[in-house]
Design a protein around this ligand. Structure first.
Ligand code: SF4
Length: 239
């Protein structure tokens, strides 16, 4: 991930991954990372990005030059974070990326349903990958921030009603979600209307929470939950 100074379109893009084949289904893409996120999940794998206020953000000229050079090589651009939707000028950034000719995927924690409404109505995103971190009754425990579950539920509705491509995904760590909580999360996604869903096994790389790091990577997801999810969703996978 490269970094440089100054800020693009008033959105602090603090890093670029020049090539990914796993972050935008079916597409070869670059990832732009925006700085800042109001939440404080214990398993955050990019805390430096979460806490980055943008003073080291990339210029639009830098991003534009990078993207223009790769037209014909990359299919799309993933905008990730941190949390991109907290930045009021995100539509401007996406519009400029769109103007170069790229398909756009957004990774979001779902904290800003109003912004998602704007982006989907303006046709500025082609795919949204949204975290569903917990069942509603446990949301504040996971995000360590108030009223998060309500906003996430609204964001799910916005995405589903928009008709945009999407996936919902849950990071699984047994110290954060026990089997019962994970099953409730699966059912909450299904009951909200989600039909494309992934469970992501916790990976310790980049995480700052010492207890979770000591616990190590998670390899196993309870079999009965996998079985239930396979029955419920049109698209389901473990990552
Ligand atoms: S929502 Fe995402 S970026 Fe924000 S603290 Fe949680 S894991 Fe980190």
């Amino acid at each position: 991930m490269e970094t440089q100074s100054i800020v693009a379109c008033d959105v602090p893009v603090v890093g670029i991954n020049p090539l990914t084949t796993i972050d935008y289904p079916g597409k070869t893409a670059a990832v732009l990372f925006t700085g800042g996120c109001p939440w404080n999940c214990r398993y955050c794998h990019n805390p430096s990005c979460r806490d980055n206020t943008g003073s080291n953000g990339l210029t639009w000229e830098h991003i534009e030059s990078f993207l223009v050079q790769r037209v014909g090589f990359l299919d799309g651009v993933v905008v990730s974070g941190g949390e991109p939707t907290i930045h009021a000028n995100l539509p401007v950034l996406l519009d400029r990326i769109r103007g170069i000719g790229y398909s756009i995927a957004l990774h979001t924690n779902g904290c800003n349903p109003e912004m998602l409404q704007v982006l989907t109505r303006k046709g500025l995103v082609d795919y949204v990958a949204m975290d569903v971190k917990a069942p509603p009754y446990l949301y504040e425990h996971v995000t360590r921030f108030s009223n998060t579950g309500v906003r996430v539920a609204r964001s799910m509705s916005v995405i589903l009603e928009s008709g945009v491509g999407y996936e919902f995904r849950t990071t699984y760590h047994p110290r954060i979600l026990d089997d019962y909580n994970l099953m409730d999360t699966v059912r909450a996604v299904y009951n909200a209307g989600g039909r494309r869903y992934y469970i992501q096994r916790f990976r310790k790389m980049g995480v700052s929470d010492e207890e979770l790091v000591r616990y190590g990577d998670i390899f196993d997801v309870p079999g009965d939950i996998i079985e239930e999810a396979r029955k419920l969703f049109d698209v389901f996978g473990i990552r």
